[in-house]
Design a protein around this ligand. Structure first.
Ligand code: NAD
Length: 335
């Protein structure tokens, strides 16, 4: 690390929103780093100017393209606050020996809680009952039938960090079976039956999605699979909107083919107030806030800064996303 640099390495934060840089500063103070917020509002030209002189960059949505990367010759790492790194030219960064890293594991407790919250809200019709009571209704239990969760079957599509956390929490509800579809699992985890998606759709009372959106998972719940579901089935999606064929889901929900759905994510975000799903009382929605709590934001900021600290120490980032064959020497500011 360049201790001869009188002011210490410059770490540039490209998007505003966290109010200060105290958490990042605290993690990086051992390296004498100066953490400076330079909000670029998604503007590529502003990013290019803002990164000049940076030894590391922290970014959320602003584009870090090849022109910007060419303007940061002393940079060692670009770290995304969050998961998606599409806004960063990873290949060009790799060609310059700049690590690109992300933080994939900051809201696991929150998203799994949120999936459960949506499940309860749909199963217990919390939102429609709340509205009805406010409108003067009372004691209308059987006008909107509900079903017991305990004793039923839960189906999880994707069993990584969040799917596993959801399973850990859902165990307390007394489900009799847990079906999992995850093509990358070799052995069934304890208490789980590994099944194909069709069987899961046929047998599960609750289907909760925890898989990433990829070419193979797009519309994994399509019209055909939705048609296999029980009339009492509840679909929960806190993962990505593109996992479900929204039109087919909307048809199944409006005709009462399935019981309900809880959705934190949409194929198009934001979905706009006229979305056809919003007219349905068996649907509960939220605004892709599954990840959020004050604690998860703190975790996110700390973990992002820790990736830079690793690089400043001469290590590779834990969640290094633009891997190259040979490890390059550190850029001049850090040697
Ligand atoms: P993870 O990588 O730990 O787990 C994903 C799992 O999905 C893995 O076990 C993988 O094997 C499995 N998988 C991959 N392709 C599959 C397929 N075609 N069918 C079934 N399973 C498949 O990820 P995670 O941290 O558990 O996050 C899961 C998803 O949650 C993310 O991909 C993201 O889309 C979403 N997410 C949403 C929010 C939110 O705010 N709502 C926040 C964070 C993450």
């Amino acid at each position: 690390m360049n201790t001869s640099h009188s002011k210490g390495p410059l770490v540039v934060v490209l998007d505003e929103g966290y109010g200060d840089t105290k958490i990042e500063q605290a993690v990086l103070q051992a390296y004498g780093a100066r953490v400076v917020e330079r909000p670029c509002h998604g503007d590529a030209a502003e990013v290019r100017r803002a990164v000049a002189g940076a030894a590391a960059v922290l970014v959320r949505e602003s584009p870090v393209n090849a022109e910007a990367i060419a303007n940061m010759p002393d940079c060692n790492a670009i770290v995304r606050y969050g998961v998606g790194v599409d806004n960063i030219d990873r290949t060009f960064a790799a060609s310059r020996g700049i690590y690109v890293a992300n933080v994939p594991d900051y809201g696991v407790e929150e998203v799994s809680d949120h999936a459960l919250a949506l499940l309860f809200a749909v199963a217990r019709r919390v939102v429609s009952r709340d509205r009805a009571v406010r409108d003067g209704a009372w004691n209308i239990a059987r006008s909107e039938p509900m079903h017991r969760l305990a004793g039923g079957t839960v189906g999880l599509i994707g069993y990584g960090r969040i799917g596993h956390a959801f399973h850990r929490k859902a165990r307390a509800l007394g489900y009799s079976r847990t079906l999992v579809h995850d093509p990358y699992l070799r052995e069934p985890p304890e208490g789980v039956e590994l099944v194909d998606v069709d069987l899961l759709c046929r047998q599960a009372d609750v289907i909760s999605l925890h898989a990433p959106l990829t070419e193979s998972s797009r519309h994994i719940l399509d019209e055909e699979r939705i048609s296999l579901m029980k009339p009492t089935a509840i679909v929960i999606n806190t993962s990505r909107g593109g996992l479900i064929d929204t039109t087919a889901l909307q048809r199944a929900l409006s005709s009462g083919r399935i019981f309900g759905a809880g959705l934190d994510v949409f194929e198009q975000e934001p979905p706009g107030p006229a979305h056809p799903l919003f007219t349905l009382s068996n649907v509960v929605v939220s605004d892709h806030t599954g990840w959020y709590s004050e604690e998860s934001v703190r975790d996110l900021r700390r973990k992002a800064a820790e990736e830079i600290a690793r690089v400043f120490s001469g290590d590779v980032p834990r969640n290094w996303v633009n891997r190259w064959e040979r490890q390059p020497v550190l850029n001049p500011s850090m040697t």
